[in-house]
Design a protein around this ligand. Sequence first.
Ligand SMILES: C[S@@+](CC[C@H](N)C(=O)[O-])C[C@H]1O[C@@H](n2cnc3c(N)ncnc32)[C@H](O)[C@@H]1O
Length: 293
Amino acid sequence: MRQHHTNTQFRAEQGPGREDELCEARLLDTQRAFDSVAADYDGPRGNNELIQRMRATMWATVQQRVPTGGALLDLGCGTGLDALEFARLGYQVLATDWSPAMVGRTQARAAFAGLESRLLAEHVGTHQLDRIQDEFDGIYSNFGPLNCVPDLRAVSRECARLLRPGGTLVFSVIGRLCPWEVVHYVMRGRLRRAAIRGRRGPTAVGMNKHTIWTSYYTPREFYRAFAGDFALERYQAMSLFMPPPYLVDYYRRHRRWCNAMGWLDDRLGALPLLRGMGDHFLIVMRKRDEHGR
Ligand SMILES: C[S@@+](CC[C@H](N)C(=O)[O-])C[C@H]1O[C@@H](n2cnc3c(N)ncnc32)[C@H](O)[C@@H]1O
């Protein structure tokens, strides 16, 4: 992923008082970036072996927390791989995404599988959840859509409104502390790229000659935005010992050794200290009751 200057950075330099416009422009940059990759996102970029491994953890976690048949909301559904799996399992899924091209892919997937009665896909950004009026038993978001949303506190409030009492959030979020990434880029002399996750606030990350505006979080930083409405149940590292998904070629060359690393992820990823690291972290939160518990 290459970092480069964008129109929105240029606009930011034009003067103060333009925060909303800047935010809007960044959202559009990100939308264009994901629209541009939607057609081939199920290939190595968005669904390689390492991604599938993390997906399995997300699927199992949602199934443990939300009874089959319940209503699920997918935030940033991409091409609908998770949403279709949950629909197949018997859940009722509303899949949403800010990229119209991704939503189109999810709709086509639902139609192809004959599961349109259980999987509905709508073009709604996670910053626009006030447009949704249904009730859900669980809300999930996989592989970093929440890293692209400008105001996490607003997302927390909307999720609390949309969830039934006792409802659960299961999110996989791009973390700040990814040792693999630091080593990978430092060894190639790309020191600025190696340090990118240390930046505060929205950061321009290149993809397919476009820009994704990404905010990186530790689990604690992330949870702070949700703490008023949700109790923290658990979090765990994903791809801490295992290489991150964009190093899939390395994985393919060293499969046995990497699988042993994956075994360590599964056993040690939820331990204190380790659980705050990794390419992503998986965080589970429960909606607080009227007493705030
Ligand atoms: C890395 S992809 C993950 C897609 C999918 N969850 C998966 O597991 O394959 C991130 C997704 O987040 C979506 N996204 C980015 N910003 C968003 C926003 N503000 N609201 C909703 N979705 C957003 C992108 O369009 C993209 O589909």
